[in-house]
Design a protein. Structure first.
Length: 331
């Protein structure tokens, strides 16, 4: 069995980093764009190679929790699929899910961490607080998984085992939405199982999520449509105020979710979906490259994206001056 991702020779250039008029770095990877009907509009590199989607699986993990019989208010459904930045507002939502399960933070099996949000992190350090699983960006997902276990009378202590009923249900949901049989399972950074899928499969799952209807005769698709609608309505929960995914959601109405090691999914209002993997694992090129692909395939207007780019942290500085940028150069 080949456990390698795509090779260097498979990759296409996605972005460059410039400094003082000089191309300092190049980011390469693979990507695919699907239209609302699932037809391929653009592909780069080798989007049929297996990758670990990392946190790009969170929408499907949250969907599996909801289809297991868990009822979540809109904000709670979004924290269940968030890679949150650890603000007090984020933690309050995680705590609400734990309260529904009648559990406390000690039940969370994600690693202890400190907040990613600068102000929240400074507050934690100022108060001398210890790292906590609550601060970890996946704590909402883990809290939701625990609630699913309580609702279904599944074991709590082993909820991260690949053979646990919850993880088997998540695996089935991933297979149904990606249209692929899972052959490789790893361990994500938070300790949960992560399933290898192709970039095409990941784009297919994103398209199914954003084109699902609240009036579908199938509960799975009704809940998917609800999850998508909730994410657009509460973009700050999915990432954090001023952070790239939240900016893209709030400013462009585009569903956006990053995953560690340079993975990104986006879904435009017209049903066009993008899935992308930056080969070197650096996320700094993932947002701008994904947006460029949506522009090139007609899903977003150039002017609208250009107005958002200054908010995405793409500037390269020298001292206190801006001397370059991370710029999409799709080839």
């Amino acid at each position: 069995m080949n456990n390698e991702t795509f090779s260097l020779s498979d990759a296409a250039q996605l972005a460059v980093v410039t400094r003082s008029g000089f191309v300092e770095s190049r980011h390469a990877g693979s990507a695919v764009v699907l239209d609302a009907d699932g037809e391929i509009l653009r592909e780069l590199g080798n989007p049929r190679a297996l990758i670990y989607p990392r946190s790009c699986l969170k929408p499907l993990q949250a969907l599996a929790v909801m289809t297991s019989g868990v009822q979540l208010l809109p904000e709670l459904s979004v924290i269940a699929m968030a890679s949150h930045s650890g603000t007090a507002d984020h933690l309050a939502l995680v705590q609400q899910i734990l309260n529904l399960a009648d559990l406390d933070a000690s039940a969370l099996q994600c690693p202890a961490d400190i907040p990613a949000d600068r102000a929240a992190r400074s507050e934690v350090l100022r108060e001398g607080l210890e790292p906590s699983p609550m601060f970890m960006n996946c704590s909402g997902k883990h809290a939701a998984m625990l609630l699913a276990c309580v609702v279904n009378d599944w074991p709590i202590e082993t909820y991260l085992e690949p053979t646990h009923p919850l993880q088997l249900h998540i695996k089935d949901t991933v297979q149904r939405f990606t249209g692929e049989k899972i052959s490789v399972t790893g361990v994500d950074g938070c300790g949960a199982p992560v399933f290898a899928v192709t970039i095409v499969g990941l784009a297919r799952a994103t398209r199914r999520l954003i084109t699902s209807s609240t009036t579908s005769p199938f509960p799975l698709h009704r809940l998917a449509a609800e999850l998508y609608k909730n994410a657009l309505a509460h973009g700050w929960i999915l990432d954090g105020q001023g952070r790239p995914n939240t900016v893209v959601i709030n400013e462009l109405g585009v569903f956006a979710k990053f995953g560690a090691e340079g993975v990104m999914i986006m879904g435009a209002p017209n049903g066009t979906s993008v899935a992308l993997k930056v080969l070197d694992g650096n996320l700094r090129a993932a947002t701008v490259a994904s947006l460029e692909l949506l522009v090139e395939t007609g899903a977003l207007a150039r002017g609208a994206v250009d107005r958002v780019l200054p908010q995405l942290g793409l500037a390269i500085t020298g001292g206190s001056e801006v001397v370059g940028e991370v710029r999409a150069t799709i080839s």
